[in-house]
Write a protein that binds this ligand. Structure first.
Ligand code: MG
Length: 379
């Protein structure tokens, strides 16, 4: 495939740069350095101990947020390369895209948000990710945070949504009202392809669904299965499933490459500035794969995400988040530094939220046990 969108690739030499200027590196450009800083960050290693869908006891080879992140980076790089976009910027954004996720995935996020709402505030994982890389990551003598380039920080806060002027006062510096470069626009869709297909895989392994279930819920998969039946009639169901999964991922990834190309083809965009000023995002799937992706999501909600076992686990986890939130709200000096000091300078609920949001699932559980908090001190 030719690198057809090179004219819309973000030119690294035109980066708005870092908050604290640094000398250039002899052989790594700024986006490569950002990618490397992200890989070496604490927040990156903590992803290993954060739930994606299934938490640890289920299986040692199911996805966690770190392996999910690596899969997103693989898909996003493939798409960026296919389109002729900047692979390093894309990879940096993919590797950081889940930095802001609190323990216990979306259930943990909703629970933190619920407690913040009691104070007229909110928890937002994109804003939290920015706070992490701007201040909570402490590893350099000359500046707080990772001192990432503007484009990586912008992509982190815009990868999954756009915002207008004044909508998030904390984000006024990040070009509200303008679209992010294409490299950032790809991330959300690469994320969706990665988690939908991976959740299908883990759920199949967990025995939560069968080949027949998938075939009857997803017409494209029925087509894929027919081809596999012809090609590998004697293969065991698990191998047939994995062969089918490959084709499904390929169908969605190709859909993203071709859908984005087609969207750009309908315009007269010539530069990254044109992409920024265009009223819509241009990264999208072609109609067929987009339909498959929607069916896959509906299927996963019905059979996996809303399954009683997972729901029960979520209720237990959110009760632990609630218990810990209330405990630190009443006992802010029990938090370690810098949070204990910060709590005397900033609203306590904000600092408690930051502290809990940075925890891994395991650390949160251990803390609840050590403090002997009642398992269901939900407020
Ligand atoms: Mg993700």
């Amino acid at each position: 495939m030719t690198a057809v969108l090179q004219r819309l690739r973000f030119p690294v030499a035109e980066s708005r740069g870092r908050r604290y200027p640094e000398a250039p590196h002899p052989y790594r450009n700024d986006f490569q350095r950002d990618r490397d800083r992200i890989v070496h960050a604490r927040a990156f290693r903590r992803l290993e101990h954060k739930t994606q869908v299934f938490s640890d006891p289920v299986s040692d080879h199911f996805r966690n947020r770190l392996t999910h992140t690596i899969e997103v980076a693989q898909i996003a790089r493939t798409v960026a390369a296919g389109l002729g976009l900047d692979e390093d910027l894309t990879e940096a954004l993919a590797l950081a895209h889940d930095f802001g996720h609190p323990p216990f995935a979306h259930a943990g996020e909703a629970e933190l948000n619920r407690h913040m709402a009691r104070f007229g505030d909110r928890f937002d994982h994109n804003l939290h990710a920015l706070r992490l890389v701007e201040s909570f990551e402490q590893r350099y003598a000359r500046f707080p945070g990772l001192n990432l380039t503007f484009e990586v920080r912008e992509g982190m806060v815009k990868h999954s949504r756009d915002f207008g002027p004044g909508e998030f006062p904390e984000l006024d510096a990040y070009l509200p009202g303008l679209r992010p470069p294409l490299e950032a626009q790809l991330i959300d869709l690469a994320d969706e392809i990665a988690y939908s297909t991976a959740d299908l895989d883990d759920a199949f392994d967990a025995g939560m669904l069968t080949l027949d279930d998938i075939v009857s819920a997803i017409p494209k998969y029925a087509e894929i299965q027919e081809a596999i039946d012809t090609q590998f009639p004697g293969a065991p169901p698990r191998i047939q499933f994995l062969e089918g999964l490959r084709l499904l991922i390929d169908w969605l990834v190709t859909g993203l490459i071709q859908g984005t190309l087609a969207a750009v083809d309908e315009t007269t965009l010539h530069s990254v500035d044109d992409v920024r000023r265009y009223p819509y995002r241009l990264a999208r799937l072609t109609p067929g794969p987009a339909e498959t992706s929607a069916e896959l999501k509906r299927f996963l909600y019905a059979t996996v995400y809303n399954a009683p076992a997972l729901q029960q686990e979520r209720e237990h986890s959110t009760a632990q988040v609630a218990g810990l939130f209330n405990y630190y709200l009443e006992n802010p000096t029990q938090m370690p530094e810098p949070y204990a000091t910060l709590a005397s300078e900033q609203p306590t609920h904000r600092v408690v939220c930051d502290y809990i949001a940075g925890m891994t699932d395991g650390f949160l559980r251990r803390t609840v046990r050590q403090l002997r908090l009642p398992a269901n001190s939900c407020s």
